[in-house]
Write a protein that binds this ligand. Structure first.
Ligand SMILES: Cc1cc2nc3c(=O)[nH]c(=O)nc-3n(C[C@H](O)[C@H](O)[C@H](O)COP(=O)(O)OP(=O)(O)OC[C@H]3O[C@@H](n4cnc5c(N)ncnc54)[C@H](O)[C@@H]3O)c2cc1C
Length: 421
Protein backbone atom coordinates (compact mmCIF):
# COMPACT_ATOMS: atom_id res chain seq x y z
CA UNK A 1 0.00 0.00 0.00
CA UNK A 2 1.56 3.28 -1.08
CA UNK A 3 1.70 6.36 1.12
CA UNK A 4 0.85 9.44 -0.85
CA UNK A 5 2.39 12.80 -0.09
CA UNK A 6 0.87 14.93 2.55
CA UNK A 7 -1.88 17.18 1.26
CA UNK A 8 -3.21 20.30 2.85
CA UNK A 9 -6.85 19.44 2.18
CA UNK A 10 -8.49 16.18 1.16
CA UNK A 11 -12.13 15.97 0.18
CA UNK A 12 -13.81 12.57 0.45
CA UNK A 13 -16.50 12.24 -2.24
CA UNK A 14 -16.93 13.83 -5.67
CA UNK A 15 -20.66 14.49 -5.64
CA UNK A 16 -22.24 17.94 -5.86
CA UNK A 17 -21.00 18.91 -2.37
CA UNK A 18 -17.41 17.72 -2.84
CA UNK A 19 -17.05 19.32 -6.28
CA UNK A 20 -18.54 22.60 -5.10
CA UNK A 21 -16.16 22.67 -2.12
CA UNK A 22 -13.16 21.91 -4.36
CA UNK A 23 -14.20 24.61 -6.79
CA UNK A 24 -14.43 27.16 -3.96
CA UNK A 25 -11.08 26.15 -2.46
CA UNK A 26 -9.25 26.09 -5.79
CA UNK A 27 -10.64 29.47 -6.78
CA UNK A 28 -9.40 30.82 -3.44
CA UNK A 29 -5.90 29.63 -4.34
CA UNK A 30 -5.82 26.50 -2.14
CA UNK A 31 -4.76 23.06 -3.29
CA UNK A 32 -6.91 20.06 -2.60
CA UNK A 33 -7.30 16.43 -3.54
CA UNK A 34 -10.64 14.65 -3.94
CA UNK A 35 -10.84 10.92 -3.23
CA UNK A 36 -13.87 9.32 -4.86
CA UNK A 37 -14.83 5.66 -4.42
CA UNK A 38 -16.68 5.31 -7.72
CA UNK A 39 -15.14 5.23 -11.18
CA UNK A 40 -16.99 8.47 -11.99
CA UNK A 41 -17.81 11.82 -10.43
CA UNK A 42 -21.35 12.96 -9.60
CA UNK A 43 -22.50 10.62 -6.83
CA UNK A 44 -26.29 10.66 -6.71
CA UNK A 45 -26.31 12.67 -9.93
CA UNK A 46 -25.86 10.26 -12.79
CA UNK A 47 -26.88 11.18 -16.31
CA UNK A 48 -26.60 8.54 -19.01
CA UNK A 49 -27.13 9.14 -22.71
CA UNK A 50 -29.78 7.08 -24.47
CA UNK A 51 -28.38 6.15 -27.90
CA UNK A 52 -25.63 8.71 -27.26
CA UNK A 53 -27.95 11.68 -27.58
CA UNK A 54 -30.83 12.14 -25.16
CA UNK A 55 -30.00 12.38 -21.46
CA UNK A 56 -31.70 10.08 -18.98
CA UNK A 57 -31.24 10.63 -15.26
CA UNK A 58 -30.68 7.75 -12.87
CA UNK A 59 -30.60 10.00 -9.80
CA UNK A 60 -31.46 13.69 -9.38
CA UNK A 61 -33.45 15.24 -12.22
CA UNK A 62 -35.15 18.46 -11.08
CA UNK A 63 -34.02 21.82 -9.82
CA UNK A 64 -36.60 22.62 -7.15
CA UNK A 65 -37.50 26.30 -7.03
CA UNK A 66 -34.85 28.93 -7.73
CA UNK A 67 -31.88 28.10 -5.47
CA UNK A 68 -29.33 30.93 -5.73
CA UNK A 69 -26.30 28.63 -5.65
CA UNK A 70 -27.52 26.54 -8.59
CA UNK A 71 -28.63 29.57 -10.59
CA UNK A 72 -25.17 31.12 -10.17
CA UNK A 73 -23.52 27.98 -11.50
CA UNK A 74 -25.88 27.86 -14.47
CA UNK A 75 -25.07 31.47 -15.25
CA UNK A 76 -21.34 30.82 -14.97
CA UNK A 77 -21.50 27.85 -17.37
CA UNK A 78 -24.08 29.48 -19.63
CA UNK A 79 -26.48 26.62 -19.10
CA UNK A 80 -30.22 26.98 -19.36
CA UNK A 81 -32.81 25.36 -17.13
CA UNK A 82 -36.15 24.53 -18.70
CA UNK A 83 -39.37 24.71 -16.64
CA UNK A 84 -40.97 21.34 -16.06
CA UNK A 85 -44.33 20.87 -17.75
CA UNK A 86 -46.59 21.71 -14.88
CA UNK A 87 -49.69 19.85 -16.03
CA UNK A 88 -50.82 17.21 -13.57
CA UNK A 89 -53.14 14.38 -14.48
CA UNK A 90 -55.06 11.78 -12.55
CA UNK A 91 -55.42 8.67 -14.67
CA UNK A 92 -57.68 5.71 -14.08
CA UNK A 93 -59.19 3.05 -16.29
CA UNK A 94 -62.25 5.28 -16.42
CA UNK A 95 -60.39 8.21 -18.01
CA UNK A 96 -57.98 11.10 -17.57
CA UNK A 97 -58.61 14.14 -15.44
CA UNK A 98 -56.60 17.32 -14.84
CA UNK A 99 -55.44 17.21 -11.25
CA UNK A 100 -54.95 20.88 -10.60
CA UNK A 101 -57.54 21.37 -7.86
CA UNK A 102 -56.37 18.61 -5.58
CA UNK A 103 -52.76 19.73 -6.20
CA UNK A 104 -53.68 23.25 -5.09
CA UNK A 105 -55.52 21.92 -2.04
CA UNK A 106 -52.53 19.76 -1.20
CA UNK A 107 -50.14 22.74 -1.43
CA UNK A 108 -52.49 24.74 0.81
CA UNK A 109 -52.65 21.93 3.35
CA UNK A 110 -48.86 21.62 3.46
CA UNK A 111 -48.50 25.37 3.81
CA UNK A 112 -50.45 25.15 7.10
CA UNK A 113 -47.42 23.48 8.69
CA UNK A 114 -45.62 25.75 11.16
CA UNK A 115 -42.51 25.31 13.27
CA UNK A 116 -43.87 24.70 16.78
CA UNK A 117 -42.14 24.70 20.17
CA UNK A 118 -42.72 20.98 20.53
CA UNK A 119 -41.89 19.02 17.42
CA UNK A 120 -44.09 16.15 16.23
CA UNK A 121 -44.15 13.77 13.32
CA UNK A 122 -45.81 14.76 10.07
CA UNK A 123 -48.44 12.07 10.76
CA UNK A 124 -49.29 13.76 14.08
CA UNK A 125 -49.31 17.24 12.53
CA UNK A 126 -51.62 16.00 9.79
CA UNK A 127 -54.03 14.55 12.33
CA UNK A 128 -54.42 18.06 13.81
CA UNK A 129 -55.26 19.67 10.44
CA UNK A 130 -58.81 20.33 9.34
CA UNK A 131 -58.68 18.84 5.86
CA UNK A 132 -60.69 16.35 3.86
CA UNK A 133 -59.84 12.64 3.94
CA UNK A 134 -58.87 12.89 0.26
CA UNK A 135 -56.33 15.64 0.87
CA UNK A 136 -55.06 13.87 4.00
CA UNK A 137 -54.34 10.80 1.93
CA UNK A 138 -52.74 12.89 -0.82
CA UNK A 139 -50.55 14.68 1.76
CA UNK A 140 -49.43 11.39 3.31
CA UNK A 141 -48.57 10.06 -0.10
CA UNK A 142 -46.77 13.26 -1.12
CA UNK A 143 -44.56 13.40 1.96
CA UNK A 144 -43.70 9.71 1.93
CA UNK A 145 -43.08 9.71 -1.84
CA UNK A 146 -41.25 12.95 -2.49
CA UNK A 147 -39.54 13.32 0.88
CA UNK A 148 -38.66 9.61 0.61
CA UNK A 149 -39.72 9.34 4.21
CA UNK A 150 -41.86 7.57 6.79
CA UNK A 151 -44.61 9.96 7.88
CA UNK A 152 -44.49 8.70 11.48
CA UNK A 153 -40.78 9.49 11.67
CA UNK A 154 -40.30 12.70 9.68
CA UNK A 155 -40.20 15.94 11.68
CA UNK A 156 -43.13 18.29 11.02
CA UNK A 157 -40.96 21.19 12.20
CA UNK A 158 -38.24 20.43 9.69
CA UNK A 159 -40.79 20.09 6.88
CA UNK A 160 -42.27 23.46 7.88
CA UNK A 161 -38.79 25.00 7.92
CA UNK A 162 -38.02 23.63 4.45
CA UNK A 163 -41.35 24.85 3.10
CA UNK A 164 -40.81 28.33 4.49
CA UNK A 165 -37.28 28.45 3.08
CA UNK A 166 -38.47 27.33 -0.36
CA UNK A 167 -41.31 29.87 -0.42
CA UNK A 168 -43.73 30.15 -3.33
CA UNK A 169 -41.18 29.00 -5.89
CA UNK A 170 -40.53 25.72 -4.04
CA UNK A 171 -43.24 23.85 -5.97
CA UNK A 172 -41.75 24.90 -9.33
CA UNK A 173 -39.38 22.59 -11.11
CA UNK A 174 -36.74 22.95 -13.83
CA UNK A 175 -34.60 20.54 -15.79
CA UNK A 176 -31.32 20.78 -17.61
CA UNK A 177 -31.62 19.83 -21.29
CA UNK A 178 -28.14 18.26 -21.23
CA UNK A 179 -28.80 16.54 -17.93
CA UNK A 180 -27.68 17.30 -14.38
CA UNK A 181 -24.41 15.50 -15.03
CA UNK A 182 -23.35 18.22 -17.50
CA UNK A 183 -23.41 20.79 -14.69
CA UNK A 184 -21.02 18.74 -12.57
CA UNK A 185 -18.81 17.99 -15.59
CA UNK A 186 -18.53 21.74 -16.14
CA UNK A 187 -17.64 22.28 -12.51
CA UNK A 188 -14.89 19.67 -12.60
CA UNK A 189 -13.58 20.68 -16.03
CA UNK A 190 -11.47 23.49 -14.58
CA UNK A 191 -9.72 21.19 -12.06
CA UNK A 192 -6.26 19.88 -12.90
CA UNK A 193 -6.23 16.14 -13.71
CA UNK A 194 -4.50 15.41 -10.37
CA UNK A 195 -7.29 16.98 -8.33
CA UNK A 196 -9.59 13.95 -8.43
CA UNK A 197 -8.56 10.36 -7.80
CA UNK A 198 -11.33 7.93 -8.73
CA UNK A 199 -11.71 4.38 -7.36
CA UNK A 200 -10.32 5.47 -4.00
CA UNK A 201 -12.79 4.28 -1.39
CA UNK A 202 -11.95 5.69 2.03
CA UNK A 203 -12.17 2.89 4.59
CA UNK A 204 -10.66 4.59 7.64
CA UNK A 205 -9.90 8.10 8.75
CA UNK A 206 -7.36 8.28 11.59
CA UNK A 207 -7.18 11.76 12.94
CA UNK A 208 -5.85 14.11 15.60
CA UNK A 209 -5.69 17.89 15.60
CA UNK A 210 -4.51 19.23 12.19
CA UNK A 211 -3.43 15.75 11.15
CA UNK A 212 -5.35 13.00 9.43
CA UNK A 213 -4.58 9.81 7.60
CA UNK A 214 -7.07 8.41 5.14
CA UNK A 215 -6.77 4.74 4.35
CA UNK A 216 -8.38 3.60 1.10
CA UNK A 217 -8.42 0.08 -0.32
CA UNK A 218 -5.18 0.78 -2.19
CA UNK A 219 -3.33 3.70 -0.61
CA UNK A 220 -2.83 5.94 2.41
CA UNK A 221 -3.10 9.72 2.23
CA UNK A 222 -2.18 12.36 4.76
CA UNK A 223 -3.79 15.77 5.12
CA UNK A 224 -4.07 18.62 7.58
CA UNK A 225 -7.80 18.99 6.96
CA UNK A 226 -10.34 16.50 5.64
CA UNK A 227 -13.73 17.40 4.25
CA UNK A 228 -16.11 14.44 4.45
CA UNK A 229 -18.98 14.58 1.94
CA UNK A 230 -20.08 10.94 1.87
CA UNK A 231 -23.87 10.40 2.07
CA UNK A 232 -25.65 10.17 5.43
CA UNK A 233 -26.41 6.51 4.65
CA UNK A 234 -22.67 5.77 4.56
CA UNK A 235 -21.99 7.67 7.81
CA UNK A 236 -24.83 5.83 9.54
CA UNK A 237 -23.78 2.39 8.36
CA UNK A 238 -21.51 0.71 10.95
CA UNK A 239 -18.09 -0.10 9.52
CA UNK A 240 -18.58 1.67 6.17
CA UNK A 241 -16.19 4.50 6.97
CA UNK A 242 -14.43 4.09 10.30
CA UNK A 243 -13.05 7.03 12.28
CA UNK A 244 -10.21 6.68 14.82
CA UNK A 245 -10.97 8.08 17.32
CA UNK A 246 -14.72 7.66 16.78
CA UNK A 247 -16.84 10.72 16.13
CA UNK A 248 -18.70 10.86 19.45
CA UNK A 249 -19.82 14.45 18.76
CA UNK A 250 -21.83 13.27 15.76
CA UNK A 251 -23.62 10.31 17.33
CA UNK A 252 -26.82 12.12 18.34
CA UNK A 253 -27.14 13.91 15.01
CA UNK A 254 -26.65 10.64 13.15
CA UNK A 255 -29.42 9.04 15.21
CA UNK A 256 -31.85 11.89 14.56
CA UNK A 257 -31.27 12.09 10.82
CA UNK A 258 -32.72 9.40 8.58
CA UNK A 259 -31.72 8.25 5.13
CA UNK A 260 -34.83 8.06 2.97
CA UNK A 261 -35.45 5.64 0.14
CA UNK A 262 -36.62 6.28 -3.42
CA UNK A 263 -36.58 4.28 -6.61
CA UNK A 264 -37.13 5.57 -10.12
CA UNK A 265 -37.29 3.78 -13.43
CA UNK A 266 -37.15 5.51 -16.82
CA UNK A 267 -38.66 3.74 -19.80
CA UNK A 268 -37.64 4.91 -23.27
CA UNK A 269 -40.33 3.75 -25.72
CA UNK A 270 -40.25 3.75 -29.51
CA UNK A 271 -42.89 6.50 -29.45
CA UNK A 272 -44.81 8.56 -26.87
CA UNK A 273 -47.89 6.31 -27.19
CA UNK A 274 -49.65 8.13 -24.31
CA UNK A 275 -50.09 11.12 -26.61
CA UNK A 276 -52.37 9.07 -28.82
CA UNK A 277 -54.83 8.46 -26.05
CA UNK A 278 -57.34 11.07 -24.93
CA UNK A 279 -56.53 13.87 -24.15
CA UNK A 280 -54.01 13.90 -26.99
CA UNK A 281 -51.49 16.31 -25.51
CA UNK A 282 -51.09 14.30 -22.33
CA UNK A 283 -47.76 15.27 -20.75
CA UNK A 284 -46.46 16.34 -17.36
CA UNK A 285 -47.05 14.43 -14.12
CA UNK A 286 -49.48 11.52 -13.91
CA UNK A 287 -51.00 9.96 -10.86
CA UNK A 288 -52.15 6.46 -11.84
CA UNK A 289 -55.04 5.55 -9.58
CA UNK A 290 -54.76 2.12 -8.01
CA UNK A 291 -51.51 1.31 -9.81
CA UNK A 292 -48.64 -0.45 -8.11
CA UNK A 293 -46.32 2.38 -9.21
CA UNK A 294 -48.61 5.41 -9.12
CA UNK A 295 -46.32 8.39 -9.92
CA UNK A 296 -45.08 8.98 -13.47
CA UNK A 297 -43.81 11.90 -15.50
CA UNK A 298 -42.92 12.57 -19.10
CA UNK A 299 -39.54 13.64 -20.50
CA UNK A 300 -38.06 17.00 -21.32
CA UNK A 301 -40.09 17.84 -24.40
CA UNK A 302 -43.72 17.04 -25.21
CA UNK A 303 -42.54 14.58 -27.87
CA UNK A 304 -40.08 12.78 -25.64
CA UNK A 305 -40.72 9.03 -25.65
CA UNK A 306 -39.59 8.70 -22.01
CA UNK A 307 -41.76 7.95 -19.00
CA UNK A 308 -40.32 7.86 -15.50
CA UNK A 309 -41.97 6.02 -12.63
CA UNK A 310 -41.29 6.82 -8.97
CA UNK A 311 -41.67 5.05 -5.65
CA UNK A 312 -40.64 6.87 -2.48
CA UNK A 313 -40.46 5.92 1.18
CA UNK A 314 -40.48 2.34 2.40
CA UNK A 315 -42.21 1.23 -0.82
CA UNK A 316 -38.96 1.91 -2.62
CA UNK A 317 -37.44 -1.01 -0.72
CA UNK A 318 -39.96 -3.41 -2.25
CA UNK A 319 -38.89 -3.11 -5.88
CA UNK A 320 -37.19 -6.50 -6.06
CA UNK A 321 -34.79 -7.18 -8.91
CA UNK A 322 -34.34 -4.92 -11.93
CA UNK A 323 -36.55 -7.22 -14.01
CA UNK A 324 -39.27 -7.23 -11.37
CA UNK A 325 -39.23 -3.45 -11.23
CA UNK A 326 -39.50 -3.24 -15.03
CA UNK A 327 -42.38 -5.68 -14.97
CA UNK A 328 -44.20 -3.77 -12.21
CA UNK A 329 -43.70 -0.52 -14.12
CA UNK A 330 -45.11 -1.95 -17.34
CA UNK A 331 -48.05 -3.52 -15.49
CA UNK A 332 -48.86 -0.18 -13.83
CA UNK A 333 -48.91 1.57 -17.19
CA UNK A 334 -50.78 -1.15 -19.02
CA UNK A 335 -53.72 -1.00 -16.60
CA UNK A 336 -54.28 2.65 -17.38
CA UNK A 337 -53.43 2.90 -21.06
CA UNK A 338 -55.46 -0.11 -22.09
CA UNK A 339 -52.45 -1.90 -23.56
CA UNK A 340 -51.38 -5.31 -22.38
CA UNK A 341 -47.96 -5.71 -20.83
CA UNK A 342 -46.73 -7.69 -23.82
CA UNK A 343 -47.51 -4.97 -26.34
CA UNK A 344 -46.08 -2.32 -24.02
CA UNK A 345 -42.92 -4.39 -23.75
CA UNK A 346 -42.67 -4.54 -27.54
CA UNK A 347 -42.64 -0.72 -27.60
CA UNK A 348 -39.97 -0.48 -24.90
CA UNK A 349 -36.50 0.32 -26.24
CA UNK A 350 -34.69 0.51 -22.94
CA UNK A 351 -35.25 0.76 -19.19
CA UNK A 352 -32.89 2.79 -17.00
CA UNK A 353 -32.61 2.14 -13.29
CA UNK A 354 -30.09 2.29 -10.48
CA UNK A 355 -30.77 0.83 -7.04
CA UNK A 356 -29.63 3.63 -4.69
CA UNK A 357 -30.94 1.77 -1.65
CA UNK A 358 -28.60 -1.18 -2.18
CA UNK A 359 -25.70 0.92 -3.47
CA UNK A 360 -23.08 0.79 -0.67
CA UNK A 361 -21.87 4.27 -1.62
CA UNK A 362 -25.27 5.92 -1.08
CA UNK A 363 -27.33 3.52 1.07
CA UNK A 364 -30.51 5.39 0.26
CA UNK A 365 -31.73 8.33 -1.82
CA UNK A 366 -31.62 11.43 0.39
CA UNK A 367 -31.90 12.43 4.01
CA UNK A 368 -34.79 13.59 6.12
CA UNK A 369 -34.96 14.81 9.67
CA UNK A 370 -36.55 12.74 12.45
CA UNK A 371 -38.81 14.19 15.16
CA UNK A 372 -36.89 16.54 17.47
CA UNK A 373 -33.92 16.61 15.13
CA UNK A 374 -34.13 20.17 13.80
CA UNK A 375 -30.63 20.99 15.05
CA UNK A 376 -29.10 17.73 13.79
CA UNK A 377 -28.05 18.99 10.37
CA UNK A 378 -26.17 21.84 12.07
CA UNK A 379 -24.54 19.41 14.52
CA UNK A 380 -23.50 17.09 11.70
CA UNK A 381 -22.10 20.03 9.76
CA UNK A 382 -20.02 21.39 12.68
CA UNK A 383 -16.23 20.98 12.15
CA UNK A 384 -14.29 18.83 14.61
CA UNK A 385 -11.02 20.21 16.02
CA UNK A 386 -10.49 22.37 12.92
CA UNK A 387 -9.45 19.11 11.24
CA UNK A 388 -12.56 17.28 10.10
CA UNK A 389 -15.14 19.21 8.11
CA UNK A 390 -18.52 18.00 6.86
CA UNK A 391 -20.62 18.69 3.78
CA UNK A 392 -23.25 16.87 1.72
CA UNK A 393 -26.98 17.38 1.37
CA UNK A 394 -27.68 16.02 4.88
CA UNK A 395 -25.58 18.81 6.42
CA UNK A 396 -27.36 21.65 4.64
CA UNK A 397 -28.79 24.31 6.93
CA UNK A 398 -30.15 26.66 4.28
CA UNK A 399 -33.50 24.84 4.00
CA UNK A 400 -32.49 22.95 0.84
CA UNK A 401 -31.37 19.71 2.54
CA UNK A 402 -31.90 16.50 0.61
CA UNK A 403 -31.51 18.24 -2.75
CA UNK A 404 -28.67 19.00 -5.13
CA UNK A 405 -28.92 22.67 -4.18
CA UNK A 406 -28.52 21.69 -0.54
CA UNK A 407 -25.40 19.72 -1.44
CA UNK A 408 -23.98 22.74 -3.33
CA UNK A 409 -24.72 25.09 -0.41
CA UNK A 410 -23.10 22.70 2.04
CA UNK A 411 -19.96 22.40 -0.09
CA UNK A 412 -19.70 26.16 -0.25
CA UNK A 413 -20.23 26.52 3.50
CA UNK A 414 -17.63 23.84 4.36
CA UNK A 415 -15.04 25.33 1.98
CA UNK A 416 -15.53 28.72 3.61
CA UNK A 417 -15.03 27.14 7.05
CA UNK A 418 -11.75 25.63 5.87
CA UNK A 419 -10.62 28.94 4.38
CA UNK A 420 -11.19 30.64 7.75
CA UNK A 421 -8.92 28.23 9.71
C1 LIG B 1 -33.37 8.63 -7.24
C2 LIG B 1 -32.99 10.00 -6.76
C3 LIG B 1 -33.66 11.11 -7.26
C4 LIG B 1 -33.32 12.39 -6.83
N1 LIG B 1 -33.97 13.45 -7.37
C5 LIG B 1 -33.57 14.71 -7.05
C6 LIG B 1 -34.09 15.82 -7.75
O1 LIG B 1 -34.90 15.70 -8.67
N2 LIG B 1 -33.64 17.06 -7.38
C7 LIG B 1 -32.72 17.25 -6.38
O2 LIG B 1 -32.35 18.39 -6.10
N3 LIG B 1 -32.20 16.17 -5.73
C8 LIG B 1 -32.58 14.93 -6.05
N4 LIG B 1 -32.01 13.85 -5.44
C9 LIG B 1 -31.05 14.08 -4.33
C10 LIG B 1 -29.68 14.51 -4.88
O3 LIG B 1 -29.26 13.58 -5.84
C11 LIG B 1 -28.69 14.56 -3.72
O4 LIG B 1 -29.20 15.38 -2.68
C12 LIG B 1 -27.33 15.15 -4.12
O5 LIG B 1 -26.92 14.69 -5.38
C13 LIG B 1 -26.33 14.77 -3.03
O6 LIG B 1 -25.04 15.26 -3.33
P1 LIG B 1 -23.89 15.00 -2.26
O7 LIG B 1 -22.64 15.56 -2.79
O8 LIG B 1 -24.35 15.42 -0.91
O9 LIG B 1 -23.78 13.39 -2.16
P2 LIG B 1 -23.39 12.36 -3.29
O10 LIG B 1 -23.82 12.82 -4.60
O11 LIG B 1 -23.86 11.02 -2.84
O12 LIG B 1 -21.80 12.41 -3.26
C14 LIG B 1 -21.05 11.72 -2.28
C15 LIG B 1 -19.92 10.99 -2.98
O13 LIG B 1 -19.18 10.26 -1.99
C16 LIG B 1 -18.75 9.05 -2.57
N5 LIG B 1 -18.43 8.12 -1.49
C17 LIG B 1 -19.26 7.43 -0.69
N6 LIG B 1 -18.55 6.72 0.22
C18 LIG B 1 -17.24 6.97 -0.04
C19 LIG B 1 -16.03 6.54 0.55
N7 LIG B 1 -16.01 5.70 1.59
N8 LIG B 1 -14.84 6.97 0.03
C20 LIG B 1 -14.84 7.83 -1.05
N9 LIG B 1 -15.97 8.28 -1.64
C21 LIG B 1 -17.15 7.86 -1.13
C22 LIG B 1 -19.95 8.62 -3.40
O14 LIG B 1 -19.56 7.70 -4.39
C23 LIG B 1 -20.40 9.95 -3.98
O15 LIG B 1 -19.80 10.21 -5.24
C24 LIG B 1 -32.30 12.55 -5.86
C25 LIG B 1 -31.61 11.44 -5.38
C26 LIG B 1 -31.95 10.17 -5.82
C27 LIG B 1 -31.18 8.99 -5.31
Amino acid sequence: MSLNNEQEIIIVGAGAAGLMAADTLLRAGKKCLILEARARIGGRIQTVMHENSSPVELGAEFIHGRPRVTLELLKRFRMKAVPVLSSRWRLSQGGFKRDLDSWKELSQALSQLRVQRKDRSFAQALAEMKISAKIREAAEHFVSSYHASEIHKISANDLAFQQEAAGESGMMGYRLPKGYGALLENLAAAFSPQTIQLKQRALQIRWSRAQAEIVTQKARFKAKRVLITVPLGVLKSPGSLVFYPPLRAKETALKKLEMGFAARISFVFNQPFWRNVSPRNLSGFFQLEGADIPIWWTGLSKDSPTLTGWLGGLEALSIGSRNEFIHRGLESLSGVFGLDTKSLKSKLLKAYFHDWSLDPLSRGAYSYCGVGGMSSRKELARPVEKTLFFAGEATDISGEASTVAGAFYSGLRAAEEILKV
